[in-house]
Write a protein that binds this ligand. Structure first.
Ligand code: 13P
Ligand code: SF4
Length: 302
């Protein structure tokens, strides 16, 4: 009898499929993925693939973005209920209100958002490219949706712009408090502290490095230090340990687990490939309008 990994490999060949995975999914899923990365890398990869079918081991906004960028491909989500709560934490009515209030505003939409929010935005960003893109925009006013924490971090780095914030947040990163990080630092005084910008500014103030999941992995890999305190979803530990078997990684302490990312399993990947289930569908109108900010991101981030 073949193993589940062999079944997946066989189905991938039959369906001309490729598996993309975010660093937050379980280790065994990352281990069989063809491409693993942060949100920016995965969006870039999605536009270069030759395979007919993309299996997205991640949350809904990722599969949706892959479909918007590749309408001719079949995009399958292993678990259709794997959704990022923050992706829904902004209102179209508020965007319209801000647009009425500020003539020159750019609505900057973190990629962790629904296609509907993207439709009403001027440009998308990820944590890896937000600073570069916001700096490059000609607009003085920036309405940053949906994540307040990432917005406040970028605002602190781009003081020449005026930001309007929205009150969305990632519950995983919000759970990390400054006290928790300070305690981890006391326990591991030699460790460098690597923090994702979805954490609050108070937590970010304790960081030796702030960056996206890929940025955190690159920083730890290149650093001469041997110990690190990690403040982001703990799925990143798989790649950190693979690339740095001689280094030690500590969690900052809070429960840094994204339950939605953890919904993706090998069984569900096998099932969606076998049955064609979990197909992402986006209407023509939504696709046409939400493609504009996504493409603008890919151009401005280069
Ligand atoms: P990045 O991988 O782009 O850093 O994003 C983190 C995240 O929360 C994805 O859901
Ligand atoms: Fe959303 Fe946070 Fe989970 Fe990322 S870690 S998918 S931002 S809930």
């Amino acid at each position: 009898m073949s193993t589940i990994v062999e079944e997946i490999e066989q189905l991938k060949r039959e369906k001309d499929a490729v598996i993309l995975a975010h660093y937050y999914v379980d280790d065994d899923v990352q281990a069989i993925a063809d491409y693993i990365g942060d949100s920016y890398y995965l969006a870039k990869v999605a536009v270069k693939l030759k395979e007919r079918t993309i299996v997205f081991a991640g949350v809904k906004f990722m599969g949706e973005s892959a479909k918007i960028l590749n309408p001719e491909k079949t995009v399958l989500m292993p678990d259709e209920n794997a959704d990022c709560p923050m992706a829904h934490m902004a209102q179209i009515a508020r965007i319209e209100e801000v647009r009425r209030e500020y003539d020159d505003v750019a609505v900057v939409c973190y990629i962790n958002s629904t296609a509907e929010l993207k439709m009403h935005s001027d440009v998308c960003v990820t944590s890896a490219n937000a600073m570069k893109i916001v700096k490059a925009l000609p607009n003085k006013h920036i309405f940053f949706i949906p994540d307040e924490n990432l917005g406040r971090y970028i605002a602190s780095k781009v003081p020449e712009k005026e930001f309007i914030f929205n009150d969305g947040y990632c519950h995983v990163h919000k759970a990390v408090t400054a006290d928790v990080v300070r305690r981890a630092k006391e326990m591991h005084p030699e460790a460098e502290v690597l923090i994702h910008p979805e954490c609050t500014l108070e937590v970010l103030a304790l960081a030796d490095y702030i960056g996206s999941t890929s940025g955190i992995i690159d920083y730890a890999t290149k650093s001469d230090n041997k110990e690190f305190i990690i403040s982001t979803e703990l799925g990143v530990l798989y790649q950190l340990k693979q690339q740095n078997p001689d280094k030690t990684f500590y969690s900052a302490g809070a429960v840094q687990i994204c339950p939605n990312m953890k919904r993706v399993t090998l069984e569900k990947i096998r099932n969606c490939l076998r049955d064609g289930s979990g197909e992402v569908e986006v209407s023509d109108e939504t696709r046409e309008k939400s493609l504009i900010p996504l493409q603008r991101m890919l151009e401005l981030a280069q």
